[in-house]
Write a protein that binds this ligand. Structure first.
Ligand SMILES: *[C@@H]1O[C@H](CO)[C@@H](O)[C@H](O)[C@H]1NC(C)=O
Ligand SMILES: *[C@@H]1O[C@H](CO)[C@@H](O)[C@H](O)[C@H]1NC(C)=O
Ligand SMILES: *[C@@H]1O[C@H](CO)[C@@H](O)[C@H](O)[C@H]1NC(C)=O
Ligand SMILES: *[C@@H]1O[C@H](CO)[C@@H](O)[C@H](O)[C@H]1NC(C)=O
Length: 491
């Protein structure tokens, strides 16, 4: 729900629609039947050192390797952490989650990741993959502001423990992608040009990781993220799913893709236009925030044109100039009036504060990640704008991979109205059954956390809404606790 400014700017400003230059195409190797015999797995995470990277490779993926080291990031006063808040008497009782960092090396391209083992039972808990959206947002934000094991409140005071972290009961990766985002970089400025190409890199990484660490093999694997990751994730998950026959052929363990989870996602941009109108001019979330005559009436009048134009020039047939013009029109007529209200793009109940995406917390995180110790270079890679990934979602559902869509009710940019619209309209064999499910109250620890509809009877457990009422900022711990409940509904 955070970090959509870049996405929206990129989606709506024609000047930013650029085809990424100089794509270095990764040429896949042909299946290597001898791979299994020449492969020497690292075996266990314990052998990783804190002082230097261990390289993980696999003959099936000769263009790829993974560098990984143990790290006390988020845990102890070493590594990147310069200082810590005091935890008073309970200091010594803090769990020390095993943390690792590393790079996925794709020849001259390098994707940074963090990996945290579960606080409960790393040897049996599922594995989660997390990526932020953007395009161009570091997963460091998801880690340090939302769902990771620690948070940054003040850049100079290091990190504080986060009790509701998703690694409470799962092993979790945070990936900075695509190249150019967070700590990910390219030696000579290469970029992947499409999400589909990035998906091949992610799928190769996942294959190599699971091949090396036998204890994770067969473990449930969930691909999650938010905002523009609503576009990335279905594509990434499809690549992971489709790769399995190749892995089996090469003697590698297949990946047990268990779910895709998209929070406050931008999975279908055109569905968001009516959502943007509803959120401003109807009580879809809070009472209307725009005046009737000057804004709402005009917005409503512009809406059909905006939708039609986008569909014709961006979706049915991509035309750079016309699509850019359509997006400018939609931006001016539907998006700009909201910006003019001074409200937070990600939380209708709040004012936009701070320079950075309306969150003071993000300023602190960015300052923190930019410290000398971490040498952060935050960058934005804008490739050709993709309007969605709904066809990937249908394809995953048809193959029995459950997809969880959850949206905070106050998020304006990636709002629930647009997300509900596309999920209900999604064409797949379970559509009618899914759409007929009533919304039910959803409680966590006896408290109302939102509403959801479970497509029981459908062959997948399709949680239609895990819909936390508190849309998020750094303090809304309930919300993350609620999502953890969604992730592990049995707990
Ligand atoms: C310390 O831990 C105890 C027991 O878990 C708890 O009751 C107490 O509130 C904690 N104190 C602080 C300052 O967090
Ligand atoms: C950061 O730590 C310093 C020194 O312990 C303390 O004086 C200051 O209040 C802390 N800042 C915040 C925002 O907590
Ligand atoms: C895949 O993961 C799920 C969730 O953890 C688990 O229930 C299932 O048994 C796993 N499947 C295989 C084939 O290991
Ligand atoms: C509505 O707005 C238009 C132009 O902004 C103005 O001319 C008109 O008088 C307004 N009507 C009412 C009823 O306020």
């Amino acid at each position: 729900m955070f970090l959509k400014t870049a996405a929206i700017a990129a989606l709506l400003l024609p000047g930013l629609i650029a085809v990424a230059s100089d794509a270095s195409q990764t040429v896949f190797s042909t299946p290597n039947v001898d791979a299994a015999s020449t492969f020497a797995p690292v075996g266990t995470l314990n052998v990783l050192s804190e002082s230097s990277f261990t390289t993980l490779a696999h003959p099936e993926f000769p263009q790829y390797s993974v560098r990984m080291k143990k790290s006390n990031f988020c845990d102890e006063d070493v590594g990147y952490v310069t200082a810590r808040f005091s935890f008073s008497e309970n200091d010594s009782k803090l769990e020390t989650d095993s943390a690792y960092t590393g790079y996925i090396d794709i020849q001259a391209r390098h994707l940074f990741f963090y990996f945290f083992e579960s606080r409960s039972d790393p040897d049996t808990d599922d594995v989660i993959f997390w990526t932020n959206g953007g395009p161009g947002c570091s997963s460091g934000i998801g880690l340090l502001m939302e769902l990771g094991p620690c948070r940054v409140v003040n850049a100079d005071n290091g990190t504080v423990h986060h009790a509701e972290s998703w690694n409470s009961n799962a092993n979790i990766f945070f990936i900075d992608q695509p190249i150019g985002v967070g700590f990910s970089y390219a030696d000579y400025g290469e970029y992947v040009s499409t999400t589909e190409e990035a998906a091949q890199d992610i799928a190769a990484f996942v294959a190599i990781f699971f091949a090396h660490f036998s204890k994770f093999q067969g473990r449930g694997f969930h691909m999650s993220g938010e905002s523009y990751a609503g576009r990335y994730l279905p594509v990434f998950a499809a690549a992971v799913y489709d790769q399995n026959p190749r892995l089996i052929k090469a003697g590698m363990p297949p990946i047990n893709l268990t779910s895709v989870m998209i929070g406050n996602g931008m999975t279908d941009v055109p569905s968001m236009y009516p959502g943007w109108y509803e959120m401003q001019c109807s009580p879809a979330s809070l009472p209307p925030v725009q005046d009737i005559n000057r804004t709402c009436v005009q917005m409503k009048a512009a809406l059909p044109r905006c939708i039609k134009w986008t569909k014709e020039s961006c979706q049915d047939q991509f035309d750079l100039i016309n699509c850019g013009a359509a997006m400018t029109f939609c931006f001016e007529s539907i998006f700009s009036p909201y910006i003019a209200t001074g409200l937070n793009n990600y939380d209708l109940s709040k004012k936009c504060e701070g320079e950075n995406l309306c969150y003071v917390e993000i300023e602190e995180i960015v300052k923190y990640l930019n410290k000398e110790e971490v040498q952060a270079v935050l960058g934005v890679e804008v490739s050709r704008i993709q309007l969605g990934a709904t066809e990937y979602v249908s394809a995953l559902l048809e193959r029995g991979v459950p997809v969880l869509i959850y949206v905070g009710t106050y998020d304006w940019v990636c709002n629930w109205v647009g997300n509900e619209a596309w999920t209900l309209a999604l064409e797949w064999s379970g559509q009618a059954e899914f759409a007929s499910q009533p919304l039910r109250e959803w409680t966590v620890d006896g408290k109302r956390a939102g509403e959801d509809a479970l497509g029981e009877g459908v062959h997948v457990r399709h949680c239609r809404w895990c819909w936390p009422y508190v849309a998020g900022d750094g303090e809304s711990l309930d919300r993350w606790a609620a999502i953890v409940d969604c992730v592990h509904p049995s707990n």
